[in-house]
Design a binder for this molecule. Structure first.
Ligand SMILES: Nc1ncnc2c1ncn2[C@@H]1O[C@H](COP(=O)(O)OP(=O)(O)O)[C@@H](O)[C@H]1O
Ligand SMILES: [Mg+2]
Length: 279
């Protein structure tokens, strides 16, 4: 039987299968014998080369979902498929930029960004071109001259950019980016968003990006999944058919923005209601 994640052929078009399929993921944490439901029956898919944003309020379960997709957490229910094959545990298919930058303090910036190829034993012989690529990406992200610095010598925003370069150099087909610009000031964030778009348009990797920033989702993504407050489920799936580069002052974009704002406002009210009940 044809599954929904397989290729679908209509009269003269082929709709390709999802590269990543998340099906019925449910998860909760046990804290002091209390159960905290975090994800509730999440189902969605991402196609090859797509840029997809997961937009949801803080604390709704977004990072937990990424840890499950990357195989770091075993979900209580549900399945993850890559190119229609079920994956169990760590697949190694993802370039994962976690919300905390997790840089190694004893390594230089260059040592940190080259760790992916090094661990994958991509040999030291063609290492020079890779090193050149690392230096080029660092420069592109405004870190020229910092290759030999240590993480402790950098600001939070700079460390975050180092973590992004490290993720890009893992050269995986799918990138999981968990609030990659969360520590950046508004101006730097705008610049970094457009650089990320350039990199994505050059390489056409599949990107799944977590954000709680409506404008960020609208400036970057082909498709936005809006999540509810915790326990997160999919509240809406929104296609963004606007051409790039996008302008936050664009009339169509502003329409999407107010629609998304209304949706998230309702979810934020749930978060505050919950907190009132707990206090
Ligand atoms: N390892 C953990 N153990 C217990 N609770 C956790 C753990 N990780 C996250 N949580 C809780 O789960 C909820 C969702 O967290 P998280 O996935 O980080 O949300 P988000 O990334 O959307 O902010 C939060 O209430 C958080 O405190
Ligand atoms: Mg998070």
């Amino acid at each position: 039987m044809l599954q929904k994640r397989d290729v679908i052929i209509t009269s003269n078009t082929i709709v390709y299968m999802a590269q990543l399929q998340v099906e019925n993921i449910t998860h909760s944490y046990d804290i002091n014998k209390e159960r905290l439901p975090v994800l509730n029956d999440l189902t969605f898919s991402v196609n090859t080369g797509q840029f997809v944003a997961l937009l949801g309020p803080s604390g709704c379960g977004k990072s937990t979902l990424f840890n499950i997709i990357a195989g770091l957490i075993q979900p209580q229910r549900g399945r993850i498929y890559l190119n229609s094959k079920r994956v169990h545990g760590i697949s190694g298919a993802f370039g994962y930029m976690q919300q905390k930058d997790l840089l190694l303090q004893w390594r230089t910036v260059l040592g940190n960004v080259l760790i992916g190829p090094e661990l994958q034993k991509r040999s030291y012989i063609p290492f020079i071109p890779l090193e050149n690529q690392a230096l080029k990406l660092l420069a592109q992200l405004g870190l020229q001259g910092f290759a030999n610095s240590y993480p402790s010598q950098l600001s939070g925003g700079m460390r975050q950019r180092v973590a992004l370069v490290r993720t890009l150099l893992m050269r995986k087909d799918i990138l999981l980016l968990d609030e990659p610009f969360g520590s950046l000031d508004a101006m730097t964030r705008t610049v970094m968003q457009s650089i990320l778009l350039d990199i994505w348009q050059e390489g056409r990797q599949t990107v799944l990006l977590i954000t709680h920033d409506i404008e960020e989702a609208l400036l970057l993504a082909d498709k936005i999944y809006v999540l509810t407050a915790r326990p997160a489920s999919i509240k809406a799936e929104i296609d963004v058919p606007l051409s790039r580069p996008r302008d936050i002052a664009d009339r169509e974009l502003i329409k999407f923005k107010s629609e998304l704002f209304q949706m998230l406002k309702v979810e934020m009210e749930h978060v505050f209601d919950d907190q009132k009940h707990q206090n």
